[in-house]
Design a protein around this ligand. Structure first.
Ligand SMILES: [Zn+2]
Length: 412
């Protein structure tokens, strides 16, 4: 494959897709199964059809656009991402992986390449948690990490269920059919903006992702005893917020103690009842986020927090209950794909670095059924999930070019 492609067509398509929004430009809002989501799907499927790809959709709306290889027996190489967007988002999160993936296929088509393995562009349903409160809905179900029974129980803020909403969007068929077996994809590569400042700050063209960190989330409820802040003296108090303070510090200490920079623990929500200056807090609700690239280490921090709950409850004579909201698997990217990407980057004269993905992506779940890797391009200032999210044409061209070279090798 020759020099970097001109990607004017792709840039125009990214602009056109960004205009399909529930918000006024430059705001991009495309919540799953909304009218904008459906129009965006139609637009992207039209582009795929124009490129000669065969399109299939599953019961949850995951879309598979296939460029048939010469050996139909072989499992395809997959690429893709998502086109849904949180409220007040920008133009590049997810879409660079979808339209950039399509452009990579078209680059190979124009170069006269004939893949041995089919190359399949996947558009995952609802990577963003906006509607159902759970991220990566489509890829989660595809990997059977979220079962049909769990999926059916999902509701949006208006109380509408997944079954009603997907039927309204035209996606029928049994949810049991969404899960794919291991081996369905030979390998999978996702192109995505970094959503962090590292690549731009270092002046690098691309990042080759080695690990995708994953969060666990524990909800904690602390019930103490309220009372007058003046009348009730310190001995015998059961202050729920003082107990919460100990837990917050216990989580921080546990995350710091692993010896790895990749361990992080955060308490992002702390609700205090009754929340009056002269009243002892009787009830506190905490929401915690614990992430790591290593699942065992992450679960160790989680366990340390749970142990602290038991210890603090006994010592302070408060009632502490916990609820595990989720504990998703971190993903290790495939060494073979990484080596292929690295040698393609060197051939193409691109500057690169191996790096960790700190937010999760559809690839986190595809990793349960196939070898995966991710390819990051810089985004200005690390800004994402905002209307001023920006990736330059040069950055996008480098990413798409490297993706095309990688797919060429993997599908040969
Ligand atoms: Zn994304």
């Amino acid at each position: 494959m020759s020099a970097k492609p001109t990607i004017d067509g792709l840039l125009a398509e990214l602009k056109a897709l960004a205009r399909i929004s529930e918000g006024e430009p430059p705001v991009v809002t495309r919540v799953v199964f909304s009218e904008a989501d459906m129009r965006a799907r139609t637009y992207v499927k039209g582009l795929c059809a124009s490129a000669g790809l065969t399109i299939e959709e599953d019961a949850i709306g995951n879309t598979f656009a296939r460029w048939a290889g010469s050996d139909a027996e072989l499992a395809p190489v997959g690429t893709g991402s998502h086109i849904d967007a949180i409220p007040n988002a920008g133009s590049y999160d997810g879409t660079v992986g979808v339209l950039g993936g399509l452009e990579a296929i078209r680059i190979l088509q124009r170069a006269g390449f004939r893949p041995r393995r089919s190359i399949e562009l996947v558009i995952f349903t609802a990577e963003e948690p906006t509607r159902f409160g759970i991220g990566c809905l489509g890829s989660r179900m595809l990997a059977n990490v979220l079962t049909p029974a769990q999926a059916v129980a999902l509701r949006d803020k208006e109380g509408r269920g997944l079954e009603e909403l997907r039927a309204g969007a035209g996606f029928r068929g049994a949810l049991e059919s969404v899960a794919l077996p291991a081996g369905r994809f030979h390998q999978f590569v996702e192109l995505h903006i970094e959503q962090g400042p590292h690549l731009e700050a270092e002046g690098l063209d691309v990042g080759l992702v080695t690990n995708i960190a994953a969060p666990a989330s524990l909800r904690i409820r602390i019930e103490g005893e309220g009372g007058h802040a003046g009348g009730k003296l310190m001995p015998g108090r059961k202050d729920a917020l003082a107990a919460a303070a100990e837990l917050i510090l216990a989580l921080e200490a546990a995350a710091r103690s692993t010896g790895s920079i990749d361990s992080v623990g955060t308490v992002g929500v702390c609700e205090v009842f009754p929340g009056a200056v002269n009243s002892i807090p009787s009830l506190v609700r905490l929401e915690t986020d614990i992430r790591d690239t290593d699942g065992v280490r992450r679960d160790g921090v989680l366990q340390a927090l749970k142990d602290a709950c038991v210890e603090v409850a006994a010592r302070r004579r408060v009632v502490i209950t916990t609820e595990l909201v989720n504990a998703d698997p971190p993903a290790l990217c495939d060494a073979t794909i990484l080596d292929v990407m690295e040698s393609c980057a060197m051939e193409a004269g691109l500057s690169y670095q191996r790096m960790v993905a700190r937010a999760y992506h559809d690839s986190s779940f595809v990793a349960c059924i196939a070898p995966v890797a991710m390819l990051f391009i810089p985004c200005r200032g690390g800004v994402s999930h905002r209307p001023d999210e920006y990736a330059s044409p040069e950055w996008i061209a480098s990413g798409v070019h490297l993706l095309a070279r990688t797919l060429e090798r993997l599908a040969s």
